[in-house]
Write a protein that binds this ligand. Structure first.
Ligand SMILES: *Cc1c(COP(=O)(O)O)cnc(C)c1O
Length: 392
């Protein structure tokens, strides 16, 4: 693939393989668990990742997807998994040993939180410090001689806090540690963690990369030397690989990711500006708003597009919050994000996660994944729900 091509061209063409058997333009789905072993008698590495032997080691639809991911993110190699959580776990088990120390964003995905708060320390004696990684000084202060991994989620799910990837990469590398960045909330294209010094970029492909809400998936992208270690340990021996069919679905989603991120970002900015002006709203955090606490950092990191994710709260008691959710017609009450349709979830005051979020979140709030609908229609839905609740 010509590296000088523009992003949308790359998304369409990178990774595609020629079908010399029948001339099909679309990538076939290789629904095969086995591949023929060469008949030349050369030795076969049953655990090898560099040839097609068995679909857990390597398979064609995975390779297409991995190549597209690399072309779009500037990574050397990628490993794709059956879910975002499998991709995250692959990094943690590959690069952390018993007795090592990890620094982790205190605002992070629930499975990341649970792995580091409970399972990795209790079962494998990994030491962990959770810090507010939007505060670079706090990251610096947490570094120990045995720190081996700094794991940052940026923008953070659900607060959209932005961490300084360049500065934290420098801190990690000076300490002999790796920096992994879960960039799921931004999707690719809006942010390029690898170009800002991260060693590994991780996404739940279930969200923006697939984008159509019909497949789970996860990826890790980075230098070949690191990704090979992940494949050799976590992919082949833990086995959470992505099926050929889901790899094909996700690769099809990835083709339109540059176009979709543009639309998600433009619609979300208009919606965030509407929310910011509405008397019904207690606060809104969206990285593209000047009022966002790390807006300047988002401008430096985020490529002029700020994705479709925001968090906000309305005024009123718990009952009003429930009433608001029920009054929405176009926007669906559901937990995922990065889908073509707008999705919203409520974190009520009793959520055990709230203590780790900035104080303004402690009263409860909504996480809002703005879809690809027209901004006017989403705004009209929010406005009629505010009216139904007597908030405006
Ligand atoms: C959804 C999500 C994950 C987990 O991904 P799955 O595909 O659901 O396993 C990890 N990190 C972030 C930031 C997410 O939003």
């Amino acid at each position: 693939m010509d590296q000088t091509m523009h992003t949308q061209t790359t998304a369409v063409h990178a990774g595609n393989r020629r079908d010399d058997a029948f001339g099909a333009i679309n990538e076939p789905i290789y629904m095969t668990s086995n591949y023929r072993i060469p008949t030349d008698g050369s030795p076969v590495d049953w655990s090898g990742i560099h040839s097609n032997i068995y679909a857990r080691n390597r398979n064609v639809n995975q390779m297409v997807l991995q190549d597209k991911l690399c072309a779009l993110t500037g990574g050397e190699d990628a490993a794709v998994f059956a879910s975002g959580v499998a991709a995250l776990a692959s990094v943690f088990v590959t690069f952390l040993n018993s007795g090592d120390h990890a620094i982790v964003s205190e605002v992070c995905y629930s499975a990341t939180n649970l792995l580091f708060r409970k399972y990795l320390p209790e079962k494998y004696q990994v030491q962990v410090t959770f810090v507010d990684t939007t505060d670079t000084e706090a990251v610096k202060a947490a570094i120990r001689p045995n720190t081996k991994l700094i794991h940052v989620e940026t923008p953070g799910n659900p607060t959209t806090g932005i961490s300084d990837v360049d500065a934290i990469a420098k801190l990690a590398h000076d300490a002999g540690a790796l920096l992994s960045v879960d960039a799921t909330f931004a999707g690719p294209i809006c942010i390029y963690p690898l170009k800002h010094g991260a060693d590994l970029e991780i996404h739940s492909m279930t969200k923006y990369i697939n984008g159509h809400g019909d497949s789970l998936g996860g990826c890790v992208i980075g230098r070949t030397e690191l990704v090979d270690q992940i494949k050799e340990l976590a992919m082949v021996n833990f086995g959470g690989i992505l099926s050929p069919f889901n790899a094909w679905l996700v690769a099809r989603g990835l083709v339109t990711v540059p176009m979709r991120m543009k639309q998600h970002s433009a619609v979300a900015l208009a919606v965030a500006e509407f929310l910011e002006k509405s008397p019904a709203v207690r606060f809104v955090w969206y990285p593209g708003l000047k009022s966002h606490p790390q807006h300047d950092r988002a401008v430096a990191l985020m490529n002029g597009m700020y994705s479709g994710m925001m968090s906000f709260d309305i005024k009123g008691d718990e009952a009003t919050h429930q009433k608001f959710l029920n009054a929405l017609h176009l926007v669906t009450h559901a937990v995922s994000l990065g889908d073509v349709e707008s999705l919203i979830v409520y974190y009520d005051k009793t959520s055990d996660k709230l203590p780790h979020y900035p104080k303004i979140y402690h009263e409860g709030f909504f996480r809002f994944s703005v879809g690809l609908e027209d901004a006017e229609d989403i705004i009209a839905d929010l406005q009629q729900a505010f009216e139904a609740c007597g908030l405006v």
